[in-house]
Ligand binder design. Structure first.
Ligand SMILES: *Cc1c(COP(=O)(O)O)cnc(C)c1O
Length: 363
């Protein structure tokens, strides 16, 4: 239905606006230049200066001793979980967190860890009481609880830092380690005005994605204590994640940290404007909370999801999510003008659904 090319997809001469995720961004010319000029070496031998620079940069950014560069956020979280936990040990996490829902059960399937997922509150948080209750007694019937794994942002929502600190206190009191899936931690930092180091301070380890809103084509960084990172590096090699002249990719991460952090505020403003615009369409159930960053959610009836998605695609707008929840994510390749185009396309597509289907929205 739409044409993809090495540049950007177009439909009837208009650029397609892709809101499926903030992972769809293409490297900018400046980023490609940084790749081309990157100094490289064999990183498995510790010889790649650009990878080293990125690892040091991110470790300092999130206030940890050391860091290791990995291809994906999933690998970063996986390494964190299996480096914290031996086989048969337990991870307390949120039911709808990425580590539980969207990482193919890797920590359990490959690492032998036991994930105990707890229900989240409306903003995506857990309470200290839930965590305390989940911690197992020292009893041979039960796994040893080892780790609490949280996520910030969750579904684009900045988490309550005081609640996180209270969970951290509970974790410490029970000798548990604490991991943060901070795939979009920079969004949380920019939106809250707090430094990433302050947001990551309660945690032992933190995973940051460079390939989400920061616009790199690939890459995540796992940070933590030097000894932990040394063990994670061995685990990375074990699963085949050692990389060679990968400074060409680390250069993208460094470029992203130099040029694409402050501009996340634009993504957040665009998401808010999008939510406001969509609220003007009668019967659409729009969700953009005060804690929101670059994601807008809409709930529709299950039978409306596919027709609406197709009607929008026919108008050059790609949407994400899983029925009945639509997810719209703003990013580097979406500008202010695109927001009005999307609102207009939604109005038209919603109209095109027909009165019958439309009036059965949940609102
Ligand atoms: C995208 C994402 C990941 C995983 O990143 P990949 O690079 O896609 O493997 C982990 N956690 C969260 C919260 C994410 O959004």
């Amino acid at each position: 239905m739409y044409q993809t090319s090495t540049a950007q997809a177009t439909l009837h001469g208009n650029r397609v606006i892709d809101l499926r995720s903030d992972t769809v961004t293409r490297p900018t010319p400046g980023m490609r230049k940084a790749m081309a000029e990157a100094e490289v070496g064999d990183d498995v031998f510790g010889d790649d200066p650009t990878v080293k620079a990125l690892e040091e940069r991110v470790a300092a950014l999130v206030g940890k001793e050391a860091a290791v560069f990995v291809p994906s956020g999933t690998q970063s979280n996986f390494l964190a979980l299996i480096t914290h936990c031996a086989r048969g040990e337990e991870i307390v996490t949120g039911r709808d967190y990425h580590v539980n829902k969207y990482e193919a059960g890797g920590a359990s399937a490959l690492g032998g860890a036991i994930l105990t997922p707890l229900p989240l509150d409306g903003n995506g948080g857990l309470t200290p009481e839930q965590v305390v209750e989940a911690v197992k007694d020292d009893d041979p019937h039960l796994p040893v609880t080892r780790l609490v794994s949280l996520e910030n942002t969750w579904n684009g929502r900045v988490q309550d830092q005081r609640a996180i600190e209270r969970i951290a206190a509970v974790a410490r009191a029970n000798s548990l380690a604490l991991h943060l899936d901070g795939a979009r931690l920079m969004n949380a930092a920019v939106a809250s005005g707090q430094s990433p180091a302050a947001l990551a301070a309660p945690f032992d380890t933190v995973s940051l994605c460079l390939s989400k809103g920061l616009g790199a084509p690939i890459g995540s960084v796992l940070s933590g204590p030097a000894d932990f990172v040394r063990r994670a590096r061995r685990n990375r090699k074990m699963i085949g994640g050692g990389m060679r002249q990968v400074g060409v990719l680390a250069a993208c991460g460094l470029f992203a940290l130099d040029h694409h952090v402050e501009r996340l505020a634009d993504d957040h403003a665009h998401a808010r404007a999008l939510a406001d615009g969509l609220c003007g369409i009668p019967d659409l159930d729009v969700d953009y909370p005060d804690s929101g960053t670059n994601m807008v959610f809409l709930t529709v009836r299950p039978e409306q999801f596919l027709p609406l998605r197709d009607a929008l695609a026919a108008r050059g707008v790609l949407i994400g999510g899983r029925s009945p929840l639509i997810r719209l994510v703003t990013h580097l390749d979406v500008d202010e003008g695109d927001i009005s185009r999307v609102v207009e396309a939604f109005g038209d597509a919603w109209q095109a659904l027909g009165d019958d289907l439309r009036q059965r929205s949940v609102a």
